[in-house]
Structure formats: C-alpha cells, structure tokens
Design a protein around this ligand. Sequence first.
Ligand code: ATP
Ligand code: MG
Length: 557
Amino acid sequence: MPMDVNATTPSNFIRAIIDQDLAEGKHKGIVTRFPPEPNGYLHIGHAKSICLNFGLAKDYGGRCHLRFDDTNPEKEDVEYIESIMEDVRWLGFDWGEHLYFASDYFEQLYEFAVELIKQGKAYVCELSADEIREYRGTLTEPGKDSPYRNRSVEENLELFERMKNGEFEEGSHVLRAKIDMSSPNVVMRDPVIYRIKKVPHHRTGDKWCIYPMYDFTHCLSDAIEGITHSICTLEFENNRPLYEWILEQVFPKPHPQQIEFARLNLSCTMMSKRKLLQLVQQGIVSGWDDPRMPTLAGLRRRGFTPAAIRDFCERIGVAKANSVVDYSLLEHCLREDLNNTAPRTMAVLRPLKVVIENYPEGQIEYLEAVNNPNDPAAGTRLVPFAREIYIERDDFMLDPPKGFFRLAPGREVRLRFAYFIKCTDVVYGADGSVVELRAVYDPETKGGSAPDGRKVKATLHWVAAEHSLPAEVRLYDQLFTKEDPNEGDFMENLNPNSLEVVQDARVELNMREVRPGDKFQFERLGYFCVDLDSTPDRLVFNRTVSLKDSWAKMQKK
Ligand code: ATP
Ligand code: MG
C-alpha cells in the first residue's frame, strides 16, 4: 500500500502514481497545474479539478500553477480570465507567483514547430478541413497520405514562415505533425498542430495570425513549466500518445506524465461551457452568476460556501470510470457546513397577520433568541414582540386534517422564543379568504413552557408586524427537469418553475445591517443568503438550500 503524505486524505490511483514516482526518484517534488480555457466561467466540475490539482500540490509540498490555455482567441475574453482567478481564490487556493498563459509561449511553440519541420516530422498541408477529415479514415479504416506530406524540409520551412507572415488565407494551409496515417489511434493520423486565424488575441494583439492547436500547446506548456503530473479528464486518453510523441521529438527529459481521471457529472446539471453560454446569451438565466447556474459564481451567489464545495470534492473522490453524482450530495455537504456556521433568524415568507387581543397596545418586548444552537459563541439576540405579529400562512388551517398540529381555530401553539398563543377568531376578506387571525397569549408561558405543564404540539416562527422588515425572497429549484439535461435537447428540458419570487416576505428587524453574501438559517424554512441585488432599502434573499429536517418535526418528540 503506498503511503500518503497526508494521512487524513483518502488515497486514490493518482496518489499511488505520485508516491511511486517519488519513491523511484523520477521527480524530487511535484508540480501540477489547473489549465482552464478562458472561454466561460468555471463550474462545479472545474472545482473537482482545482481541488485535485491544488490539493495534491499542497499535500505533497509541491506547487500548482494556474495556466490559461488561451489558444482560441475568438472565444476567449478577459472577463473570463478575471472571473476564473476570482473563483479559484474564492475556493481557497493560491497559485502564488505561478500564473501563466499559454500565449506567453507562442514564440517558443513556434520554434518547437520549426524544430519538428527540420526533423522532417511536420509539414504544411493545403487540403481543406473537409478533405483532411476525409483523408483521415475511420476507426475501422486507415487514413491516406496527404499529397503534401512529402514536401521537403526547406519548402515546409518557407511555407510555415509565410503562414506566420499572414500571406495565406484562413483555412488554406495548416501545419501537421507527420506521424502515421494508418495508426489505429485516429489522433495520431497526422494531427493539425497550427492553423491560420486572422483574429487578434486578447493578450498578444495582432502579433500572430497562426495559433497552435490544443494538443501541441498543452504538452509543451506543461514541459516548459516543469509540470510533473498533468492531470486531465478521460476524454483525453486517446490524446496521450500524441502528448508523449510531441515531447519525445523536441523536449529533453524528464517529461510530464499525463494522467486521466473521470470528470464530474451531477444529476440535473449540465456543465458544458458552450451550453451554459447559450443559457446566458438567450436570457434563460440572468447571467453566469445566476444562482441556478452550476458555475462557481452562481453557487457563490446562491450561498454555497467554499468549504462545502471542497468537502464535496473530497467525498466524491477520484476514479477512472465515469459516473453521475447525485445533486443531493452537494446539498448535504452544504447543509453540514451551514448548520455549523449560519446564524438563525426568523422570517415569514407568506405573512398572515395575527392580532393578540390581550397584549397591550403599543407595548414592545425584546425576547432573547439563540443565534446558533451548534455554536454557543454565536450568542443570542433580542427579537421584538408586539400585539400584531405575522406567522406563515401555511401554519394555519381553518379545518385541519388529522396530523396537522399547527394553528387552527381554538387551538394553542408555541411561538418560538415567545409565548403560547391560542387562535380565538378568524377575519375573512370580501372574497372569503382568511386575512387575519385573532388570538390571545398566555403571559405565564414566556420562554416557551407553561407552568401548569400543559403541552402544545407545534412551535411556529413569527415576526412582529411593525417591527420587522419587508424583503424579497427568491426561491430556486433545479434548472432542468431531467436527471440528464442532455437527454434530447437541453433547451426542452428547462424547468419552467426554477425561480419563484416572493415579493412581500418579512424578516427580523435585526436584518437591517446585512450585506450581500451574508448567510442565515431562516428557522424552519432553510438556509438563505443576501443577494447581490440587496440594498438597505430593499432586502433581497436567495434560498440557498432547504432544511432537511425542520426542528418543528424534531420538537414533536
Ligand atoms: P467544457 O467542456 O465545459 O468547455 P473544458 O474541459 O473544455 O470544459 P477547460 O477550461 O478546458 O474546460 O477545463 C479546465 C480543466 O478543468 C481541465 O483540466 C478539465 O479537464 C477540467 N474539467 C473540466 N470539466 C470538468 C469536470 N466536469 N470534472 C472534472 N474536471 C473538469
Ligand atoms: Mg478544454
């Protein structure tokens, strides 16, 4: 059994490889990297890769680079670069001085390509994209050689330079590695390594009109930076021989080793950046940081914590086989964290007024409430109580069925941190709906128990009517109705009820000072956080996640 440097982290096959490499002296230490393409915001799948790469570097006393794989100028943007850096930091990782851009290597990569040509291992090809595809063959048939395959080194050098100088049109010429058109691995059939794109780059401006392909760029960037273990997702398994072939031709040893692991798939969640961009562009969501998005920006806005996401990434582990993780595991990790850290408060989403007729008019009383039963250090707060309060509409029924223990005409319940109240009368509106309740309270029950020992079966949350604040509360559900949103057309699988906006909720007066990002447990309702749109004049909350077990149930025992 290989020994782990950090005994608290469960082992996995990648750690086993690293342990062996270190034991054999192949490397003195480890260097990993996280290599996003800046063509979108990071999502929860990227978090798995970030936690893995930065986590390994930390555990083994090595380092992890953040490298932007920016070889596709058309789709890339500085907005994405900035958001990616923010998200990696937010997750709790630090690349120190090791921030790199593949575009910083364009000059070196060009020289490596020239070196390949000189060795007779690359050539300029004038087949069109369609012809190249046709010549490539299939999984069952070998490809056939391009008519340009046997150009002389001199001719190739000259043509490649002219490509660089902008003398040819896009698509008219490409540089290809000269490997083997009948290789059983299609990737090895003379892959394109450079193409012409007359598009300015967000970092190199219009210095270049030829750009290296991913397969050529990635292995060499890894090698240039001294990466020891280049960890990527399974789709790149077939590209590994090409990764190794390129380094073998032009780079001195030791080479970085590519290791593949299974990407994260989450039920009811889609992670393709292209499709997420479509949701943004078509206005299906409010932006990359819409709280329903699986992006880190969206999860953050929704109220997820970095600790919960790191915990989730640890629990799902690293494997070689693809699988789908249930979304509820992510929520479980979140609840575990928030349960310990989020202060409790009371909020009423759909208020129903209750007038306590025997409570003196104009009187206000401040009752002590516990901020977090799991954290004594969180202390207590004072909550105003008055003659008119709001309770949750759902907590009252005119004609309660068996098993409904909350408020009903003639019934007594406990108000959390306050008194027992008994419903004495119901006020109806013109349309026959219940608009207000009348009640009496028992002053002897302050703090929640009756001196005569009588019991009530329910405890309700509440806020004082005047001494509370209005708030908008946004309730979210899954963005997609299908386990696999990509089954069929993902646009057809959108959940029409993924957002419900509650306009006139009421929250405790204590919420006056909250700031975007603050997180709370609304007692009995779930975890909520203050949204970016929130202002002192207009409080806005997002429901982060519901409560699994409400204490109403627990208190029944
Ligand atoms: P997409 O297919 O959504 O565009 P990508 O893989 O092309 O994603 P990159 O920016 O290239 O996005 O990804 C950066 C790193 O994150 C890569 O090393 C990639 O393997 C890893 N990664 C991306 N998606 C996942 C995922 N779902 N699970 C684990 N790792 C992932
Ligand atoms: Mg990619």
